[in-house]
Design a protein around this ligand. Structure first.
Ligand code: ATP
Ligand code: MG
Length: 258
């Protein structure tokens, strides 16, 4: 079974081919990492899948339904979720209130109700906070939480819509190495437990190779390698892309002297 199918999507910005004919598929419970150097097109690909940008060509299929031209909200109804930074407006809320607001939003409540409608989803919000290991912080304002804990609350907000497919663009950016592993371990547990497919980008290679079931490598918009972590790690094209100019020069020097 496939929760997400991307067929040959492309996106050009003026003279830049940001995404060039990328295809992928994602199964429930699967952790698929998209990696590549800065500007490779990872975020653009996520925006094409998420519905923030229309592709120039290609298709996006969510849970078996054609989604290429659907707006974000309609994709959410098919099960697509995405982590976002908590907006400034919500920072004065406690973790509990923020998750309750997300639950209301997921059920289509109008924004004006957020301020007074706390309560009906209290137990559910508490359960979501427990799922991300933040039950103790339920009464703490988000603005006073440590950075890594904010990331966990953001994850709970995304889970409020019960996504079957979760997009995470650099979920561990700015986190300390120990916190990164803990967050990715949590995400993998959620993927397995909820049967949710997770598509994520990540610059930290330790997290990628420790937690991805499969890895897709993009360079200048195109996929240069895809497969199991061991196969991708051993791929000469990937090594070349990641060695960069300095590494290449060193390799050439070594060859001359070797
Ligand atoms: N809205 C836009 N308008 C014009 N060019 C854009 C736009 N968004 C992205 N680009 C360009 O498209 C290319 C891909 O950018 P993108 O942000 O998708 O890369 P990325 O792989 O996410 O990089 P990073 O690792 O730095 O986050 C880059 O050359 C970028 O400058
Ligand atoms: Mg990016």
């Amino acid at each position: 079974m496939t929760i997400l199918l991307v067929e040959n999507v492309s996106k050009r910005f003026g003279g830049v081919q940001a995404v060039a004919g990328v295809s992928l598929s994602l199964a429930p419970q699967e952790m698929l990492a998209v990696i590549g150097p800065n500007g490779a097109g990872k975020s653009t690909l996520f925006n094409l899948i998420g519905g923030q940008l229309p592709p120039d060509s290609g298709r996006v299929v969510i849970a078996g339904r054609e989604a290429t031209r659907l707006p974000v909200a309609a994709r959410a109804r098919l099960g697509m979720g995405r982590t976002f930074q908590i907006a400034e407006t919500f920072r004065s809320f406690t973790a509990q209130q923020a998750v309750e607001a997300a639950l209301l939003a997921a059920r289509g409540a109008p924004f004006r109700l957020f301020a007074r409608a706390f309560g009906p989803h209290a137990a559910e919000a508490r359960a979501l906070l427990a799922e991300v290991g933040m039950e103790e912080a339920a009464a703490t304002p988000v603005s006073t939480l440590a950075y890594g804990d904010v990331k966990r609350v953001e994850l709970a907000l995304a889970l409020a819509a019960a996504p079957r497919l979760l997009l995470m663009d650099e979920p561990t950016a700015g986190m300390a190495p120990a916190e990164r592993g803990a967050l990715m371990r949590l995400v993998r547990g959620l993927a397995r437990g909820r049967g949710m497919g997770v598509l994520f980008t990540e610059h930290d290679m330790d997290s990628v190779f420790a937690f991805a079931d499969r890895i897709l490598v993009m360079v200048r918009g195109a996929v240069i390698a895809a497969g199991a972590p061991e196969a991708v790690r051993a791929d000469p094209a990937v090594r070349e892309a990641y060695l960069g100019k300095a590494g290449l020069a060193a390799a050439l020097r070594a060859r001359r002297h070797g």
